[in-house]
Write a protein that binds this ligand. Structure first.
Ligand code: PXL
Length: 273
C-alpha cells in the first residue's frame, strides 16, 4: 500500500545497545511505512538500566544547532516531530525544534524522564518544569504515571484508581496539549491500562492489555513510535493506541528470560504495516 510519503523526525538519544529510543523508533516507524529521520541528542554505550554497567555517555548538544541550521537552510520539512529521552542537556534545543516546527508538524512529546515514582538519573525538577512548559505545544503528550506526576510537581501514588488517572489526565490537559495518553497504568487488576484523553472535548477512553509479569525496558519508546507511525498512516488516536498496545504486548510475550535488557520486538513488526 502507498503511504503518502510521511516523514517524521525522531529527536532522542541513541543508546547503542538496549532496544530503546532511536534503535526502537527507526525500525518501528519504517515498519509502519513512514520515513524516520533521526537527530540523536546523545550517544550512550547502552541505556541506563540496571542490566548494564553505567553507560559511556557522549552528549551531542554542541552539534545539534549546526545540524538544525543546515536542515532549515535546505528547507527540510517534517510531518511530525517526536521527542523522547533527550538527556538533560538537550531540552533547550528541543524547545527550539518544537518552536520551529509547531506550525507545520504534528508534535508528539514523550516527556521521558522517570519511572517507578522516580526521576531517571541525571534528571530533576528543573527538567520537569522545562518539559511542562513545552507540553503546551504538543498535539499528543505521552507520559507514564510517574512522568505525569513529575510534570505536575507531585509525588507518584503507589496505589490509585481510574478516577485518579482521569483527574491526572485532565490536569495534564490544562498544560495545553491537545491530547494526553497516559501509559502503563496499574488501575485495573490484571491489566496494563492506557488512558486516552482529548483535552478539547474532555472525551476519555481506557484501553487495556493483559498485564504480563516482569518489567521491560524500552516498551514506552516502542509504544510511542508505533502510535505515531499508525497516526501517520491515518489511524484515529484510539485505533493507533490499540495497535501500538497490541504490538508491545506481543513483543513482551516473545521476549525470553535470557534477554533481560529490552523486548524482542523484531518478529512483531509485521503487525504495524
Ligand atoms: O526507554 C527510555 C530510555 C531511553 N534512553 C535511555 C534510557 C531510558 C530509560 O531508562 O536510559 C538512555
Amino acid at each position: 500500500m502507498v503511504t503518502g510519503g510521511k516523514r517524521v523526525l525522531s529527536l532522542q538519544d541513541l543508546s547503542c545497545v538496549g532496544q530503546c529510543s532511536l534503535t526502537a523508533a527507526l525500525p518501528v516507524l519504517s515498519a509502519c511505512g513512514v520515513e524516520c529521520c533521526v537527530l540523536p541528542t546523545a550517544i550512550l554505550s547502552t541505556h541506563t538500566g540496571p542490566e548494564f554497567d553505567p553507560p559511556v555517555v557522549h552528549p551531542l548538544t554542541d552539534v545539534l544547532p549546526a545540524v538544525w541550521e543546515s536542515w532549515m537552510g535546505q528547507g527540510f520539512t517534517f510531518d511530525a516531530l517526536a521527542l523522547g529521552y533527550l538527556g538533560a542537556g538537550a531540552i533547550d534545543f528541543a524547545a527550539r525544534a518544537v518552536d520551529d516546527l509547531r506550525d507545520s508538524a504534528f508534535i508528539l512529546i514523550d516527556p521521558a524522564m522517570g519511572d517507578n515514582g522516580r526521576f531517571y538519573s541525571g534528571f530533576g525538577p528543573d527538567y520537569a518544569a522545562r518539559m511542562a512548559s513545552l507540553c503546551s505545544q504538543a498535539d499528543i503528550l505521552l507520559p507514564n504515571l510517574t512522568e505525569g506526576c513529575l510534570l505536575l510537581g507531585e509525588p507518584t501514588p503507589e496505589r490509585y484508581d481510574g478516577d485518579f488517572c482521569l483527574r491526572l489526565a485532565r490536569r495534564l490537559g490544562e498544560l495545553g496539549p491537545k491530547a494526553v495518553v497516559l501509559t502503563g497504568l496499574d488501575c485495573v487488576p490484571g491489566q496494563a491500562t492506557n488512558l486516552i484523553y482529548h483535552a478539547g472535548n474532555g472525551c476519555a477512553v481506557f484501553q487495556g492489555q493483559p498485564r504480563l509479569p516482569g518489567r521491560f525496558h524500552g516498551t514506552g519508546d516502542l509504544f510511542a513510535a508505533a502510535l505515531l507511525g499508525r497516526l501517520m498512516r491515518g489511524d484515529t488516536l484510539e485505533q493507533a493506541a490499540e495497535t501500538a498496545g497490541a504490538f508491545v504486548a506481543a513483543a513482551i510475550r516473545r521476549t525470553g528470560p535470557e534477554h533481560p535488557y529490552g523486548v524482542q520486538f523484531e518478529g512483531c513488526l509485521g503487525m504495524l504495516g
